[in-house]
Write a protein that binds this ligand. Structure first.
Ligand SMILES: Nc1ncnc2c1ncn2[C@@H]1O[C@H](COP(=O)(O)OP(=O)(O)O)[C@@H](O)[C@H]1O
Ligand SMILES: [Mg+2]
Length: 303
């Protein structure tokens, strides 16, 4: 769907005033929607938007994301390619965010935010000046959910067992080590949980871009997942979600990654990098899915 920046700005203002899905708002941009016969249709993917204003740094997390305004008047939490984790964290954010969306899980809209090298010239902190300078070009933005609260497992906030199981299943698929009680990376907004921060998923790509053999490796850290204690059966989540992530859907999501994030391995072309992600994910998604069994075993042990 083609939309002008003006329409996007208008849409954003609507979004700020009401919960998702209200007021006749269209489906989120770039969303996977159900097509004929229940097949998944990936939209055009995250839009590419120029940053117009650097607002502030968010210091709660480890990666120093920025709050940035973009040309559509929207505010985005931006993960920067020049941060310590490097562009692979952005690759993980994008692939996992869009896999989650295609699986039907609540993830804020993503955008590719184009940063101009001197956007931060008025920023007094030299660390942030350096980060902005090292991040010229495309960065990963996530639509800001204004007023969202951090999910607090101790407060026993309600997350439906099916949704909790779906989130555990997704995080097991993508080896996400960053959804623990200490660091849930879940926001509660308009009474619903939203998934954020997928930069630490697919962590094995930091050791080996090819992910050779990684698909079959166990992921015991799933036992630490913040939603495991409230999750319903993971095998039921597996039956619900796996059909939504066909090899075609996975391939299209991997193709959304900007080539410039796939150039940090000397001598390896972006196309080869894409193939590695696609092959890794399709291998993990091929039945029987050991990661789902591993997560279900962890759930039963914890029960
Ligand atoms: N889309 C969002 N809407 C509102 N707040 C957000 C959003 N994304 C991140 N935040 C806030 O910023 C903090 C840091 O973001 P996060 O993606 O978790 O980065 P880090 O890698 O630094 O942990 C989060 O803990 C949350 O408080
Ligand atoms: Mg975080």
């Amino acid at each position: 769907m083609l939309r002008g920046a003006g329409a996007a700005g208008q849409d954003r203002r609507l979004r700020r005033t009401g919960p998702p899905g209200c007021g006749g708002r269209r489906a989120p941009r770039g969303a996977a929607t159900l097509g004929p016969m229940g097949t998944q249709v990936i939209g055009a993917g995250p839009p590419r938007l120029a940053a117009t204003r650097y607002v502030t740094a968010l210091r709660e997390g480890g990666s120093l994301p920025a709050l940035v305004e973009a040309e559509d008047d929207g505010l985005y939490v931006v993960k920067m390619r020049g941060a310590g984790q490097g562009p692979r964290a952005l690759v993980a954010e994008l692939i996992v965010g869009e896999l989650a969306r295609a699986a039907g899980l609540p993830v804020p809209d993503l955008a590719l935010i184009d940063l101009d090298a001197d956007l931060g010239r008025a920023e007094p902190d030299p660390e942030i000046q350096d980060l902005l300078r090292a991040s010229a070009g495309l960065n990963l933005g996530m639509d800001l959910l204004p007023g969202a609260l951090a999910y607090d497992p101790a407060a026993r906030q309600e997350v439906a067992p099916e949704l909790a199981a779906d989130v555990v299943w997704l995080d097991a698929l993508v080896t996400n080590v960053d959804r623990t009680a200490a660091n849930p990376n879940l926001l509660v907004w308009h009474g619903r949980p939203w998934l954020i921060d997928h930069g630490a998923a697919l962590f094995r790509h930091h050791q080996d871009w090819s992910l050779e053999g990684a698909a079959a490796r166990p992921f015991p850290a799933i036992a630490e997942h913040v939603l495991l204690p409230v999750a319903g059966a993971i095998d039921a989540a597996d039956a619900r979600l796996a059909p939504r992530l066909s090899p075609d859907v996975v391939g299209r999501i991997v193709d959304l990654v900007p080539a410039e994030w796939l150039e940090d391995e000397p001598g390896v072309a972006p196309q080869e990098r894409r193939r590695a992600y696609r092959d890794h994910l399709t291998a993990r998604l091929a039945a029987p899915r050991a990661f789902a069994q591993e997560a279900e075993d962890a759930r039963r042990r914890a029960a």
